[in-house]
Ligand binder design. Sequence first.
Ligand code: HEC
Ligand code: HEC
Ligand code: HEC
Ligand code: HEC
Ligand code: HEC
Ligand code: HEC
Ligand code: HEC
Length: 398
Amino acid sequence: MSLLRKLGSTCVLLAVVLLLVPAKAGVALQAVDQTAAPSGISLPTDVRVQSPGWWPTKGDASRDSYIGAAACAKCHASKVASQKTNAMAQAATRTADSEILRQHDRFTFRLGPYNEEIVTKGEKSVLTVSDEASSLSADLLWAFGVGHVGQTYIYHRNGSYYESQLSFYASTQSLNITPEHSLAVPGNIEDAAGRRLTPAETRRCFSCHTTASVAKDQFDANAAVLGVTCEACHGPGANHAAAMNSGMQEQGELMISNLSRLDPVDSVDFCGACHRTWEDVVANGFTGVGVYNVRFAPYRLENSKCWRKPDARLTCVACHDPHQPLEHEAAAYDSRCLQCHVTQAKAKKDADHPGPACRVSTKNCTSCHMPKIVTPVQHSTFTDHWIRIVVPGKPYPN
Ligand code: HEC
Ligand code: HEC
Ligand code: HEC
Ligand code: HEC
Ligand code: HEC
Ligand code: HEC
Ligand code: HEC
């Protein structure tokens, strides 16, 4: 059934749903505006979140319209179990739940005249910074990042949230200056401990790393469900679950965002709500900054020649199932490339296979055409999503 027909018939059916399903207080049972209107071009996330319809990081839904992944598990048990193993589900934790802090119960670092340490005892991790004259301590509350690249800590002091001056880096298994923080020796002990986040920054940080930290436009760090879980992407699920509980499958399906219906550009922009859209990167002037923009997969991908014509075979979800752990085997991605590329030099390209053949190899395509790039600031490597012929000695394309 087409989406339009489905939506048309819902108006009638909705009346029935409203009569039969006891609505939770404050939750009007209605079909969701699936997602912001289709655009066909990459848009800034600011525009997406101001448009009608659901979009990640938007934060306009009410708190009681969210029910949490445990409630989804009643009916989608395997998706909930596997999604927990994706790094996104662990993009933020309470420090008490940080494996890294548990495994390294005493970190130390010398920053100019300051001695810094993070000591973990039981559930508590305390940051202490001292110089000859004084000392400052703060309880670390949240650990951001599962730590494949690194982990940064958030604490609260004098009414504000702070981002720790030092972060854990996986490559060295030790602390160093947090990305984007000044490398200069801090002028005072407060700055040596961390950087004060403005309320807007704090909100953005939680919006990308947690679920439902913002409801009805109000930010509440303590109400956030830590990590990027089901409703961070699909939107609040109370109405959907209520309808499904009452056996109203067709109506229920319209009460949750079905993201497989997004057109290719919208689909990439959707992931770009947190990974930054092509347009976010351009608008923020990150195009000429060299390897630092490699982490913005949507920008890199959409610059590829393969993307000259946006195509569902090359969206983020064509290669990554957000409900499964990240696949590390290059061979596992070959079938994605070969949906478009012919393998025999003599084979004819056609609408189904618009891409030419490789003269070098028929397998492990990403190992040569999506190189790993080292970024000095993160002390780590990212996969370059700008699919291309890598010529040794040729500079990194911006
Ligand atoms: C009471 C059972 C139930 C609960 C609870 C439930 N769902 Fe569903 N959901 C279903 C059924 C049944 C379908 C339709 C069949 C299918 O796709 O699995 C469905 C379909 C979906 C779809 C696809 C929609 C479509 O248009 O086909 C998404 C996305 C979804 N659910 C997400 C969620 C999320 C997220 C949660 C938790 C917030 C959740 N569901 C909670 C039963 C449930
Ligand atoms: C609400 C914000 C948000 C949205 C929306 C989002 N991501 Fe993410 N994603 C993150 C964060 C944060 C991380 C980093 C997690 C970490 O390493 O701690 C991440 C990490 C990842 C990773 C790396 C996983 C790993 O194991 O290293 C992949 C792949 C990924 N995202 C794909 C996607 C895809 C595909 C989409 C769109 C369907 C998407 N993301 C949408 C926030 C988001
Ligand atoms: C616009 C969305 C967005 C905002 C805002 C944001 N992040 Fe992230 N963050 C991501 C995504 C997506 C990733 C994974 C890809 C990457 O590294 O860029 C990530 C990765 C990370 C990582 C590395 C994760 C790993 O597995 O090693 C850390 C640490 C981190 N973020 C901390 C923070 C902190 C702290 C803030 C706020 C001060 C913040 N982020 C703000 C989206 C965001
Ligand atoms: C990072 C974003 C993201 C997160 C987190 C996420 N999903 Fe999805 N989900 C998607 C996207 C995108 C699609 C469409 C995939 C496609 O088109 O291949 C989808 C599809 C689905 C579908 C319908 C298609 C199918 O495979 O049956 C269901 C049901 C679903 N998700 C449930 C869940 C549940 C339950 C959770 C939490 C455990 C969850 N999702 C977490 C992005 C997400
Ligand atoms: C053609 C396949 C393909 C597409 C499309 C794709 N990726 Fe990837 N992605 C990969 C491969 C391959 C890796 C590296 C896996 C590994 O070696 O661990 C990767 C890794 C990642 C990582 C982990 C960090 C890193 O840089 O290694 C993130 C985050 C990510 N992708 C996000 C995205 C997002 C967001 C999109 C959509 C803009 C996307 N990817 C589209 C193939 C793809
Ligand atoms: C949606 C279809 C599609 C997918 C999926 C796809 N490609 Fe392509 N790719 C193309 C087309 C079409 C071209 C030719 C574009 C042109 O020259 O205008 C191309 C060009 C290329 C080129 C030449 C680029 C250059 O700079 O000259 C390479 C290399 C390449 N693709 C590799 C890959 C690899 C590796 C994958 C999988 C990771 C992949 N492609 C996935 C359609 C696709
Ligand atoms: C061992 C590294 C390596 C692997 C693996 C590899 N390629 Fe290539 N590929 C190259 C190099 C180098 C070139 C450019 C040399 C040339 O074409 O003469 C190239 C060229 C291409 C081109 C451009 C062809 C043209 O006529 O413009 C495409 C498309 C391509 N590869 C796709 C793929 C696909 C798809 C796979 C996986 C099936 C793959 N490659 C695997 C190294 C590799």
